[in-house]
Design a protein. Structure first.
Length: 556
């Protein structure tokens, strides 16, 4: 049906926006088992990554659903209606004047969605120029690492016993950083960073993914700059893709972020070529965290649900997901990326185990005090880092600025993000390790020990875990570069292998961090301590280059 319509439109009118109908995930237990087996070093499927066509067979929606959804978009005036290669989404382009279907929010009413449609995301074309010169970003993340600080690029590499001049050799090796809203970077600033700290950065190998190059001055622009500075410093001479797939009017703070992330992971997994490493510094409290906070605000403190939701909407980058259904769909997208061979890394968060960044303030009826009380009674996870399919990267700093004395990074609204998911079960590979940790003294309350625990590992995070994540990502890119040059596949969903290596060869690939905790934002009582071995504060610790090469660069 939609093909017939598309044929009638010989020259489609210039599209001003697209609607992407994300289809209800049709994943089965058998796909879940397959995805984990591809990540399991003991399995015969290990690193046998899937093609889009193979994935379409496993998780794609049936042909009837694709046809019905396509017909719905066509009937509404959509042009060039097309399913993605995984058959998990259908996209249509709409001309500027088109208004059929749309509510004031610019999207079709949920009630009009045909069966099989999970979420509809709107993409508005946005072309921004690369910034050549601009005023410094006011954002706190922009550059806490600078001249005079102990945490220079060379000092960090030295702490990890990584050669400071190590450069990738394989043309194919690719790493990516992503964000919506103003996310981007200034090539000029990257050159300045290179000149002052890391002259070997190959700025010619940094490319934009889309026509949206971000907007200097925005919070996410500062974020993108830090991501690019770090990932290019540690992943020297690796091709770096800077991706801004801004999709809606509000992607920088409210639930538009979740829509953008869902759209991004779905789009990326359906591409012909995928990066080997994806570093994601952005996130917020998970949808389940926001649900828990508001439900307790209602049941224990007499607020109304609406009052709580309205208040949350005024808080920057605190509740950026629409629902647990949306985070479940994003989670599946992350799993699919793993099966294509992408290793996805996520910052563990900056608010310890209680907040997105810092505690709540303002609002009427004592709501912020009440939400702070609820936050401190519980452990409140952030997302996407609490996804079982992500390698979650916590933050370390150095006691007395002595690089041989790593401790948990503490700062901002608490420090290194820590804890347990509310929504997602613990993956098999971490159960034993986490059980051993929880048997130790000094454990807090207010979390579900059967869920996914994070972080997995750590790196320097004195500018927040938005710094530690791209550092670790760049290091992993170098390992993957060696693998590709040796004819080995990339590493995909790396969690099971990390737990296997770290428990069988303690101290070799990761140096343990035993000082610090996540009580930081809520007084002394209710947080996770860093301990010997894995902990829900620094994971297995920080990278040790030789051990990482030994255990991850070959499969012998
Ligand atoms: C950088 O990577 C390219 C492959 O893309 C390689 O030919 C070149 O030798 C590398 N540069 C250095 C300095 O190692
Ligand atoms: C994100 O996209 C929306 C819709 O086109 C636009 O209004 C907004 O300005 C964009 N934001 C950024 C920072 O690019
Ligand atoms: C405000 O909230 C705090 C923490 O829940 C509580 O201790 C205090 O009594 C509340 N104050 C008022 C005026 O309700």
């Amino acid at each position: 049906m939609f093909t017939a319509l598309a044929l009638l439109v010989a020259v489609p009118a210039a599209a001003s926006f697209e609607l992407v109908a994300h289809l209800t995930p049709s994943a089965s237990d058998s796909f879940d088992a397959l995805a984990w087996s591809i990540a399991d070093p003991e399995s015969e499927n290990y690193l046998s990554f899937l093609t889009p066509a193979e994935l379409a067979d496993h998780i794609g929606s049936p042909e009837e659903t694709i046809s019905a959804v396509s017909a719905w978009l066509s009937a509404a005036g959509g042009l060039d209606v097309r399913p993605n290669s995984l058959h998990t989404a259908v996209t249509a382009s709409f001309p500027a004047e088109h208004s059929l279907l749309l509510t004031s929010a610019g999207l079709p009413d949920r009630d009009t969605h045909p069966e099989g449609v999970n979420f509809v995301v709107r993409r508005d074309a946005r072309v921004t120029e690369t910034e050549v010169d601009h005023p410094a970003s006011p954002h706190r993340l922009a550059s806490a690492v600078g001249a005079g600080s102990a945490y220079t690029i060379d000092a960090i590499k030295d702490a990890y016993n990584m050669p400071s001049d190590l450069q990738a050799q394989n043309e194919a090796t690719t790493q990516m950083v992503w964000g919506p809203g103003s996310f981007g970077y200034s090539p000029l600033k990257l050159k300045q960073h290179a000149r002052s700290e890391c002259p070997l950065i190959n700025t010619d190998k940094v490319v934009f993914d889309t026509d949206n190059h971000g907007e200097s001055g925005g919070d996410n622009f500062g974020e993108g700059q830090l991501d690019v500075d770090m990932i290019t410093s540690f992943g020297l001479n690796v091709t770096t893709i800077v991706s801004n797939t801004n999709t809606s009017a509000s992607t920088e703070e409210t639930t538009g972020f979740g829509a953008a992330l869902l759209d991004f992971v779905t789009d990326l997994a359906a591409r012909d070529t995928v990066p080997h490493v994806l570093s994601m510094s952005l996130g917020s409290l998970s949808a389940a965290s926001c649900d828990l906070l508001c439900s307790q605000a209602v049941s224990d403190y007499g607020h109304t649900q609406q009052e709580c939701e309205d208040y949350m909407a005024t808080q920057r980058q605190v509740c950026m997901y629409l629902s647990q259904g949306q985070t479940a769909a994003i989670n599946q997208g992350l799993q699919v990326l793993g099966t294509r061979g992408v290793t996805v890394l996520g910052s563990s968060g900056d608010g310890g185990s209680h907040f997105s960044f810092g505690s709540f303030s303002g609002g009427d009826n004592n709501i912020s005090e009440d939400l702070n009380a609820i936050s401190c009674k519980n452990q409140i996870p952030v997302f996407p880092t609490a996804s079982p399919y992500i390698l979650s990267i916590g933050g370390e700093m150095w006691d007395g600025e002595d690089s041989s004395k790593p401790i948990t990074w503490a700062g901002y609204g608490g420090g290194s993000g820590s804890g347990f998911s509310i929504q997602f079960d613990a993956p098999e590979h971490q159960k034993q390790t986490v059980a051993e940790y929880l048997a130790k003294d000094g454990m807090p309350g207010g979390f579900d020990s059967t869920k996914r625990a994070y972080p997995d590992v750590s790196a320097v995070g004195v500018s927040g875990t938005s710094q530690s994540c791209p550092i670790f990502a760049g290091i992993l890119s170098q390992i993957i570069d060696m693998r590709l040059s040796a004819g080995l596949p990339p590493l995909g969903m790396i969690g099971p292998r990390v737990y296997q290596v770290a428990t069988q060869f303690p101290g070799e690939a990761f140096e343990d961090i035993v000082g610090g905790n996540s009580c930081t934002s809520c007084g002394e009582e209710n947080g996770f301590p860093a301990t010997e071995g894995w902990d829900a504060n620094t994971g297995f610790g920080r990278p040790q280059w030789d051990g990482m090469v030994k255990h991850f660069a070959t499969d012998a």
